[in-house]
Design a protein around this ligand. Structure first.
Ligand code: TZP
Ligand code: MG
Length: 211
């Protein structure tokens, strides 16, 4: 059920003037193919509430909603999937709890991590950071498009590039052959979220047509 394309990840603190739901809905209107709730501040009750709303929203647009980090929240709200980091909840255990029908994604930074994720049955891998980003603390070294391309070619499951992806560099990232672009700040801080998302999806579509 994974939809390739633009994968918009939330960061509520980057848009204090707008609600989480309105930002994510604008992204969906612009063609986002998946959305994720990423929230390092809220308690579990708040995460469940926000997750439930975003899951409902995503369902209306028929795209998957992915819960970042919190497998228990994903289970509580029957989310479409969960995204874990290296050293978070083990992938195999997450699969056992969520079942075969749910999406499980994992962040990777090396060829070894990517191969391991594929072996353990991940539905997709995030690869990054491609470029410098201020949306995540303690990020690893930037891979650049060359590093991204090198990791991507070793796996056959869907790959999603992440980290510092902007409209101005999206074409170069899409040209590596990744299936999706995961974006936070360029989307959620845009004055025209819908238009920005549409521009990203156009870039991806054109890149796939060239493949
Ligand atoms: N994982 C690797 S980089 C990153 C995450 C969550 C942050 C991406 O945010 P932005 O604003 O699109 O650079
Ligand atoms: Mg995590």
């Amino acid at each position: 059920m994974w939809t390739s394309g633009l994968y918009v990840i939330s960061a509520e603190k980057l848009h204090p003037e707008r609600s989480l739901l309105s930002v994510m809905e604008a992204a969906l209107k612009g063609g986002a193919g998946a959305i994720q709730l990423r929230d390092k501040e809220s308690d579990k009750a708040a995460l469940i509430e926000k997750g439930r709303q975003l899951q409902q929203l995503a369902r209306r647009y028929q795209v998957p909603f992915i819960m970042n980090d919190h497998l228990d929240v994903a289970l509580a709200i029957n989310a479409d999937g969960v995204h874990v980091g290296q050293g978070d909840f083990p992938l195999g255990e997450a699969r056992a709890l969520l079942g075969a029908d749910k999406l499980i994604g994992i962040s990777t930074h090396t060829k070894e991590e990517a191969l391991e994720a594929e072996k353990l049955g991940a539905d997709y891998i995030g690869i990054g950071p491609v470029y410098e980003t201020s949306s995540k603390e303690d990020t690893e070294a930037e891979l650049g498009v060359a590093g991204l391309k090198e990791i991507r070619k070793h796996v056959s499951i869907p790959t999603v590039a992440i980290g510092g992806i902007k409209l101005e560099n999206a074409e170069a990232v899409a040209a590596t052959g990744v299936n999706g672009l995961a974006v936070i700040s360029e989307v959620v801080t845009s004055n025209d979220i819908e238009g920005t998302c549409r521009a990203f999806t156009d870039i991806l579509t054109e890149a796939r047509e060239r493949d």
